[in-house]
Design a protein around this ligand. Sequence first.
Ligand code: G16
Length: 543
Amino acid sequence: MSILTVETMPIEGQKPGTSGLRKKTRVFVGTHFVENFVQAILDAIGGAAGKTFVLGGDGRYFSPQVAQVILRMCAAQGAKKVIVGQDALLSTPAASHLIRLNKTDGGFIMSASHNPGGLDEDFGLKFNMPNGGPAPEGVTDAIFAATKTISSYRILEAQDIDLDTLGETRLGEMAVQVVDPVADYADLMETLFDFPKLRALFAGGFRMRFDAMCAITGPYGTEILERRLGAPEGTVVNGTPLPDFGGMHPDPNPTWAHDLMDVMFGDDAPDFGAASDGDGDRNMVVGKNTYVSPSDSLAVLAANAHLAPGYRGGIAGVARSMPTSAAVDLVADAMGIGKFETPTGWKFFGNLLDAGKVTLCGEESFGTGSDHVREKDGLWAVLLWLNVLAERGETVAEVLESHWKAFGRNYYSRHDYEGLPVDVADGIVDPLRARLGELPGTTVEGMEIAAADDFAYTDPVDGSVSQMQGLRIVFADGSRFVIRLSGTGTEGATLRLYLERYVAGPEDLGLDVQAALAPVIAAAETLAGIKAASGRDGPNVVT
Ligand code: G16
């Protein structure tokens, strides 16, 4: 087998976004596109020589081919070993766990997360660091810089290697170890949660529906919920990962997981419902006739984590992304633990977790996780909810109600305007940004503006600064809205409007969410003019 040095040229548009490089699959299949980006990663991390990596992904269309390219390039550049999930499958949290468990030098994750898969849909690739977490901005900037100067890449001339069979094989000088994608992750979950208690819960007739949306968590859900916890067969639906996710949009929110919502709000609904996304790091949890907003879910889990064995000693602190509601802050204040507000993107939690400043973190975008890995973790959140329900002996609705009674309720919603022309989206955000300085003290729709800024973050661990992370307008009564552009889309621009209003209670804890937020929605429209500028009647996704 010989090592080829292939001449290439920089390819436009290889700047990693909120979570790695995500593009239309047809862009990824272009000549040298994958190879250039992989070479840029290897260059940015100081080469592959002598290193061990993890490799896997959510199984979407084009993953098998990309896995072989990554293996050949790692082999050509002196890597010692790559640990690959069987059939190149690994959920994102499982990949994070394997990176940490095996003390590797990082890993490649092939996924565009919740975006649909297929030749005409989306593909993605990201690199995670030796701590198991997404590469921080310093590294993604270095990767992007390398994509702009690349002139060649090195790759082994070899046939595809078998990734179906468990065990160790060789590619040139490099070892390739094909592992069960589920086993180590499932073992980790057993150390965190009270599996005997959960087995007893299911044995007692507790009914659950877990919608894997034809994506990666199917095998994980089946192994953990049905095999290890004894939930009846059929608890996991859409449990076989498919390259195009069966045509589904594997994004666990009320819009895209509408089948689950219909069941949970229908007659004879199960006690608990949950869905996960393409790569298994997001989660949505639903009770009988009860939707749990991700921000509330984070707050409830922070307040109750001590009920699960893995967190019995308490939690050190919590972190949330800035657009996430402040519900978890109220829990942190009551518990006397640290709280942190970061920009959107799981990579910003890594330093806080590594430094032991926080144990739990989460985001409004259906992500929750803890220091057990360095990614958000969909099934972990589902299992923690199950553990809380089992310990408290309450329904999801009862848990939420008592939480709001104790802490008050942060009414919260996100309105997404997807697929806007980039100039239209900029035409909404830029003028508002320019006016931020003059807004405090003025009144809009009868509400006085107390503060307005473009969120900037200084990492408390390494001092790195991230600017322009979202426009936030805070009103005198504590309500607020935030506007930012998504960093994960692959077509046009997605504008996200985040809305929040706090009600201390005991009255008005059971309002309709959109009605409760109506004054904030009106103020946002008056200030930002989204409908007028976009020509849309309203958002196309509401969570
Ligand atoms: C990624 C990031 C999350 C972020 C989400 C949405 O999640 O890891 O931290 O909240 O995107 O980001 P944006 O608002 O920029 O689209 P995932 O599940 O897509 O990897």
